[in-house]
Design a protein around this ligand. Structure first.
Ligand code: NAI
Ligand code: MG
Length: 355
């Protein structure tokens, strides 16, 4: 069966790193008895400037009707509000119901304090429902602004189930012989229910209930208040396996955890729903290095592996991660953000050789 992959480079270095994902897929195809075909799809700020639409309907339709998975590069956002423009990746997540943002944060095993964790962030509700209002304070001069924090049982249940499934899947990958700092699957539920007993309380209880399903019997479950979690995440990152969090905490923890591995150019993510996954490097369009041929392709290559994992091709994914680990451990061909002198092309070639 041929797997059709939508390629959405977006803006800036998206055009330099997305081809790396394509080449990696082409390189592993035959060893795993897979075939890939690709379709280039427009989206982003440049597309908006040219057509006055940031996310063309055709792009969404093609993803829905033809594609088995997709890779998204990055988009530029104007610094001031531009009428009619809104982020295409945010819209794509909604249109394809990609309700989870999954961000693995991983060092190679040879690093002094190896980290191998994944943050599973709920992506549809919490404070990001953007229901805000501003009004004159009834009790005195000045304005008051407030925002709704919405937590539902349905969204909490499905994100916790996804975290449980990811924990099991990571265990399955470890059982194929991939070395890791973890020997058992563990999900940590993040919340602040000591203060927000209803909203975060519901999140916490619903996660507990989802993870009590017998299919998660082998998965350890613990919970942690978000502020103390930040402390521990930076002091002892190796103690975390899978972290599940509501939208806002997950957003903050994800960027914070990315700092643990050195460069934004290394950190992948995936936008995941029940039927579709889009791999996406965590970095932006990096206008400061665009066109210089020095963008680090590793975040995209790891995002490609992540997409494959969600498509059920764990072994192919593991092989890609191993090739990247080999490149990083040897440390000879690194891009400037990692302290090296290599260009994008040289890093891709090195990873392809290892594949
Ligand atoms: P950025 O991630 O584009 O860049 C931050 C710094 O990291 C820059 O110095 C850049 O050169 C470096 N960097 C990022 N990716 C790299 C890579 N692969 N290799 C080497 N160095 C890399 O974030 P910034 O500068 O805040 O935003 C630039 C544009 O990207 C903005 O328009 C912003 O809105 C957009 N953006 C888009 C995102 C997305 O599409 N998901 C996420 C973050 C920012
Ligand atoms: Mg963020």
């Amino acid at each position: 069966r041929t797997l059709r992959i939508g390629l959405i480079p977006g803006d800036g270095i998206g055009h330099e790193v997305i081809p790396a994902g394509r080449r990696v897929l082409e390189a592993i195809a035959s060893s795993f008895n897979l075939q890939f075909s690709f379709v280039d799809l427009p989206a982003g700020y440049k597309t908006f400037q040219q057509t006055s639409v940031a996310l063309p309907d055709k792009t969404v339709e093609t993803l829905k009707k033809e594609c088995n998975g997709a890779l998204f590069g990055a988009v530029s956002s104007p610094t001031t509000k531009v009428a009619g423009y809104s982020s295409p990746i945010v819209a794509l997540r909604k249109k394809l119901d990609l309700y989870a943002n999954v961000r693995p944060v991983k060092t190679t095993l040879s690093s002094k304090a190896p980290i191998d964790l994944v943050i599973v962030r709920e992506n549809t509700e919490d404070l990001y429902v953007k229901e805000e209002r501003t009004f004159e304070a009834p009790y005195g001069p000045g304005k008051v602004a407030e925002a709704i924090k919405r937590i539902s049982e349905r969204a909490s249940f499905r994100i916790a189930s996804m975290a449980g499934n990811i924990a099991l899947q990571r265990q399955k990958i470890r059982e194929t012989g991939v070395q890791s700092v973890h020997s058992k699957p563990l999900v940590t539920i993040t919340h602040k229910s000591n203060v927000l007993s209803q909203t975060d309380g519901l999140f916490r209880e619903t996660c507990r209930s989802a993870l009590s399903d017998p299919k998660f019997q082998s998965v350890g479950v613990e919970e942690q208040i978000v502020d103390s979690m930040v402390y521990k995440l930076f002091r002892q990152p190796s103690s975390y396996d899978v972290i599940v969090a509501p939208n806002l905490y997950g957003d903050i923890l994800s960027d914070g955890a990315a700092a643990l591995v050195g460069s934004l150019g290394l950190v992948p993510s995936a936008n995941v729903g029940d039927a579709f996954a889009i791999g996406e490097p965590c970095h932006g369009s990096a206008p400061d290095i665009m066109g210089k041929g020095i963008a680090n392709p590793i975040a995209t290559i790891r995002s490609t592996a992540l997409m494959l994992e969600f498509m059920g091709h764990e072994e192919a994914a593991a092989k890609i991660h191993a090739a990247v680990d080999g490149n990083l451990d040897e440390g000879k061909l690194l891009t400037p953000d990692m302290g090296g002198k290599a260009g994008t092309e040289e890093v891709v070639e090195d990873v392809l050789r290892r594949l």
